[in-house]
Write a protein of this length. Structure first.
Length: 184
């Protein structure tokens, strides 16, 4: 059963960290769906009016969008695992702050700075971090020795001048028949 689950979460040959990332992403997406439904109900139960709930939801989306853009633009300067751990700590702090606060202005600050996501999609600071981590995990898989374009140009150069098929005038690309084999 665990082999089946592992094969669903990540392809064979991917680093084991890919499975953990995909499982964490799935769990967070599941919880984000509940938050999208429960956050307005919770805020209304605190006694906030509909306008305040809308402002808080807007602040969470705006803060998440800015944090996602910032991490996407400047995240390469820091260790990916540290950024992912920092985002997880920020998520925990956001949840604890929302559970312990009831006034509008403190909630607005936490909503903007925190990682709460009141939408059905995954729009958060985790998105660029997980994509970078998954790309690293996938690079552990067996990659081809060269790209198709490189392989094609190598085969083209190796052919003798006599056996080369004639190219149309002005064409720089070799015919497709030359490029149909694998890297060599």
């Amino acid at each position: 059963m665990t082999d089946l689950l592992a094969s669903i979460l990540a392809p064979r040959g991917a680093a084991p960290s890919a499975r953990v990332l995909v499982a964490g992403r799935a769990l967070r997406a599941f919880v984000d769906g509940y938050v999208a439904v429960l956050l307005p109900a919770y805020l209304l139960a605190l006694g906030l009016d509909a306008w305040a709930v809308g402002v808080l939801a807007t602040a969470t989306l705006l803060g998440s969008a800015l944090a996602t853009l910032a991490v996407g633009a400047w995240g390469h300067r820091f260790a990916q695992r540290a950024l992912l751990a920092g985002a997880a700590v920020l998520m925990i702090a956001t949840g604890l702050a929302f559970a312990s606060l009831s006034q509008f202005w403190p909630l607005l600050l936490v909503a903007f700075v925190g990682t709460l996501n009141p939408s059905s999609g995954d729009v958060s600071v985790f998105l660029p971090l997980e994509h970078a981590q998954l790309a690293n995990a996938a690079s552990a898989m067996r990659a081809p020795r060269c790209s198709p374009a490189t392989a094609c140009s190598r085969r083209w150069r190796r052919r003798s001048a006599r056996s080369r098929p004639r190219r149309p005038p002005g064409s720089r690309k070799p015919p497709a028949s030359v490029c149909s084999t694998r890297c060599g």
